[in-house]
Design a protein around this ligand. Structure first.
Ligand code: PLP
Length: 428
């Protein structure tokens, strides 16, 4: 005769056993109920499931991948602090009248880029969608066949175009598109061209027999030119850096220069090379920005106050020329190799294992594809990724040729102690 089944533990006893995991008690009670209903009575297994849920929550991690703008790690790192207070989001303090949430930060961004006006939406995909819907719904938009691209997680130019209600008109060929190709499309009988869209093919390069038309050339066609530059470099001269622009930035389009070349509007992400929060920024001619602002989609795509505040701080840091010390992305970029070497040596000494090695960090997020930044890492025997992720805070590293690499260019110096502790705990 089979032994009678054990009496199931009480919901309360199970929930209390989960207390150390650090989830809200009511959630533990729920999990305990679900476990008992599913016939799972082993407290250790139930606690393990709760711990798993806890580890799946959002939180800070240490990016030791050497990818500066890591899409899975939230792209540009940024502090988020604001008191639990009201904000003058849509109130003009000077007049006491209703104000626009875009006014302050838009004016700063416009000044930064040398343009008339600017507005902000939730991301650059939203920025392109809004521009097309506001300026070209029901009309034609000229796009070079070489720029009808897919970027990152599902941003596909033809699909965004379709959603906006604008009609995509392919111009030229995949590798070569000349001004004459645009001019021909413009003069076709029945053509109703609202604008020409230039899209920076951020995450890939076509090499060899290649020719593209510049914004400057297109600006002579008499239709607005909209340039999606993607990565959000503000100024190709990088006046916020102590030295000349870094070599890896060569060829990356910049907002200021694209506007100066005659673009009516430029769109870019807030959390790529700008180093700000996730946002989509539209800068350019006041009349075109105003058309975007008035479109009903602008209301649906508008960011919240915390995003605008973070973006305002970022813009002020650039205007103050302190971006290199106060924008975390530019801090990472400008950390000297000597400093990285000293940190790596200290970490290796504290650990008593591992080896300091030169590495190649990369900008990431589709910015400057193929470019690398010299960096310094620590190489350790074996694949330790899972153990490093289990640390609190989790450390995200890389594995190559059976070794674990921790790249210090993307690690904040203040986190070196945690890196040591995580590496110590990761020993097999
Ligand atoms: C990154 C990128 C996008 C998408 O920007 P998100 O801010 O991620 O929405 C669109 N266009 C270009 C050229 C890009 O590089």
């Amino acid at each position: 005769m089979a032994a009678p089944p054990n009496r199931p533990p009480s919901v309360d006893a199970l929930a209390r056993a989960m207390a150390s995991v650090g989830l809200p008690h009511a959630l533990c009670v729920d999990l305990a109920r679900e476990a008992i209903a599913a016939g799972e009575h082993d407290p250790a297994a139930v606690i393990g499931r709760a711990a798993d849920l806890r580890r799946g929550l959002l939180g800070p991690v240490i990016n030791a991948t050497g990818v500066l703008l890591h899409t899975n790690l939230g792209r540009a790192p940024l502090a988020l602090d604001h008191p639990a207070r009201a904000m003058n989001l849509e109130l003009d303090i000077r007049t006491g009248e209703r104000g626009s949430r875009f006014a302050a930060v838009g004016a700063l961004l416009a000044r930064l880029c040398g343009s008339e006006s600017a507005i902000v939406v939730n991301n650059n995909a939203a920025a392109v969608l809004l521009v097309l819907a506001a300026l070209a719904a029901g009309r034609d938009v000229l796009v070079s066949r070489g720029e009808s691209v897919e970027i990152g997680g599902g941003f596909r130019v033809p699909e965004v175009m379709e959603q906006s209600g604008a009609r995509l008109v392919d111009v030229g060929t995949t590798n070569r598109t000349r001004l004459a190709d645009y001019a021909r499309a413009l003069s076709l009988p029945g053509a109703d061209v609202a604008l020409a869209l230039k899209v920076h093919p951020s995450n890939y390069r076509v090499e060899g027999f290649v020719e593209a038309t510049t914004v400057h050339e297109l600006a002579g066609l008499g239709i607005p030119v909209v340039a999606d530059i993607g990565s959000g470099l503000i100024d190709a001269n990088c006046p916020w850096l102590p030295g000349p622009p870094p070599a890896w930035l060569a060829g990356e389009p910049a907002a200021r220069q694209t506007l100066a070349a005659g673009a009516g509007l430029v769109t870019f992400s807030g959390d790529k090379l700008l180093g700000g929060p996730q946002a989509g920024i539209i800068v350019g001619r006041a009349d075109l920005v105003e058309q975007c602002r008035r479109h009903p989609l602008a209301r649906a795509l508008r960011p919240g106050g915390h995003v605008l505040l973070a973006l305002q701080r970022t813009a002020l840091a650039y205007l103050d020329r302190t971006a290199v010390t106060s924008v975390p992305f530019w801090q990472m970029v400008s950390e000297s190799l000597d400093r990285l070497r000293a940190r790596a040596a200290a970490i290796v000494a504290a650990l008593g294992e591992g080896e300091m090695v030169p590495t190649d960090a990369v900008p990431g997020a589709g910015s400057a594809p193929g470019a690398t930044l010299p960096s310094i890492g620590i190489r350790l025997e074996g694949d330790r990724l899972a153990e490093l992720r289990r640390h609190d805070p989790p450390v995200i590293a890389r594995v190559r040729d059976g070794c674990t690499f921790v790249d210090l260019r993307t690690v904040h110096e203040g986190d070196d102690r945690d890196v040591v502790a995580a590496l110590r705990d990761s020993r097999h």
